[in-house]
Design a protein around this ligand. Structure first.
Ligand SMILES: C[S@@+](CC[C@H](N)C(=O)[O-])C[C@H]1O[C@@H](n2cnc3c(N)ncnc32)[C@H](O)[C@@H]1O
Ligand SMILES: [Zn+2]
Length: 330
């Protein structure tokens, strides 16, 4: 972690915004690798390990599957490392943010995973605090090391962020909301971290009719989130081995393409990817279907209402994605 992060960190348990003091035991240049953050008010201590401040005791999360997933497939969805622009397309498409606007901005990536969207934001010139509950932060640190400290991963819960309120120009939470125990509490809590006029971008699984066609997926999900990670991975691999060729054939035929939704894998047949990447991406996304403890779909109209009721402005959205701005003062 870099020194610039410290002014933004606070004790997650003390009332008010109590800053933390840092003692360093190992550093490499201006990168702090090992040390401890301490709260002067309650004496709580939070380790810095592997260059990442940790606010969650090891194993105290419901996201071990994601830690496994993002360390295993760290680079696959990172545009810069895998030779595509799919993550940038989704990031700018869903947020509506202009790459030029990001230059010099402070951004929060709430639920960063391996850091594919942090990497896109950093490539447009932003500084990013990338937060995840799981060991995915280790993957994110490695992935985004190229940005010379402009991406700072922290391991913490986005329900309990150890960060000052009102400091971010932009907050995004993508691919995360449905995988938390309380999506509505999460969505109404994050705007507090925006500066006046700051921009918010959410995407999530829409509560539409498609799940009704995915009976096998949801029958399997009654069991799979409770299996050991290795078993869910083996099942995902087996399903992909059986069904991938069929979904590839359907994907080539416009009339049959929608049949893919009934097949119990999450197929990726994007033509900008190599055949090996498509297969690996399909295994990753299929594992991402079956392993999360939570999958709670949201209706974008309800998300729009929630943010409007919370006082956000310019709230707008479509299936699976909603954006808004914090009110400006005065
Ligand atoms: C499907 S992944 C998406 C990661 C990344 N945003 C992306 O789209 O590639 C969901 C991520 O949310 C994280 N997550 C879930 N609940 C969280 C919480 N309460 N606090 C922080 N991260 C959380 C998981 O650990 C996981 O890495
Ligand atoms: Zn404290």
């Amino acid at each position: 972690m870099r020194e610039w992060l410290i002014e933004h960190l606070i004790c997650p348990t003390c009332p008010g915004e109590v800053g933390l003091s840092l003692s360093v035991t190992a550093r490499e240049g201006d990168d702090i690798l090992e040390g401890e953050l301490a709260c002067p008010a309650c004496d709580a201590r939070f380790p810095v390990r592997g260059g990442v401040p940790r606010f969650t005791p090891a194993g105290a999360d419901y996201c071990g599957n994601f830690g496994f997933q993002w360390n295993k497939w760290r680079a696959l969805q990172i545009d810069r490392l895998s030779g595509h622009q799919l993550s940038a397309g989704r990031f700018f498409g869903d947020s509506g943010w202009d790459p030029a606007w990001l230059e010099g901005k402070l951004i929060l990536d709430a639920g960063c995973g391996a850091g594919r969207f942090s990497d896109v934001a950093a490539s447009a010139g932003a500084r990013v605090i990338a937060c995840d509950l799981s060991s995915a932060v280790n993957a994110c640190r490695e992935t985004t090391a190229a940005w010379d400290g402009r991406v700072q991963p922290i391991q913490a819960s986005i329900f309990d962020l150890p960060l000052r309120r009102g400091i971010f120009d932009g907050v995004f939470c993508m691919g995360v909301i449905q995988h938390t125990p309380d999506p509505k509490r999460l969505m109404s809590g994050l705007p507090a971290f925006l500066k006046p006029g700051g921009r918010l971008a959410y995407n999530f699984y829409e509560a539409d009719f498609w799940p009704w066609l995915q009976g096998i997926k949801y029958a399997l999900r009654l069991v799979t989130p409770h299996l050991p990670t290795g078993a869910t991975l083996a099942l995902s691999r087996a399903l992909v081995r059986v069904f991938f060729p069929l979904t590839a054939a359907f994907a080539r035929l416009p009339v049959f393409r929608t049949l893919n939704v009934m097949i119990p894998i999450c197929p990726v047949h994007d033509s900008v990817l190599t055949p090996e990447q498509r297969y690996a991406w399909t295994v990753l996304d299929t594992f991402d279907w079956y392993s999360p403890r939570y999958e709670k779909r949201q209706k974008h109209k309800e998300v729009i209402r929630l943010l409007t009721d919370a006082g956000m402005t310019e709230v707008t959205g479509r299936a699976g994605a909603v954006i808004a701005r914090a009110p400006t003062r005065g």
